[in-house]
Design a protein around this ligand. Sequence first.
Ligand SMILES: [Zn+2]
Length: 82
Amino acid sequence: MDVLGLADPVGDDLVCSAKGCRETATWGLLWNNPKLHTPERRKVWLACDAHREHLEQFLSARGFWKRTVPVDELERRPEATA
Ligand SMILES: [Zn+2]
């Protein structure tokens, strides 16, 4: 396992994870549900500027939120159509 790449990679389609939102995401919210995931695992939600705070609060309320990074810092899934 790549120690630096514990967050799930994201695809090229960087769309906000908020329900019904089709904005381009500018943030990646890293989170972990200790009941489902190993402690090192980081799930990724994408968020546009408008939904970043809302999604952070949603995850924080459940104790899942770890940190938020610019999408540029997220690991990209290798291009499958090359
Ligand atoms: Zn959004």
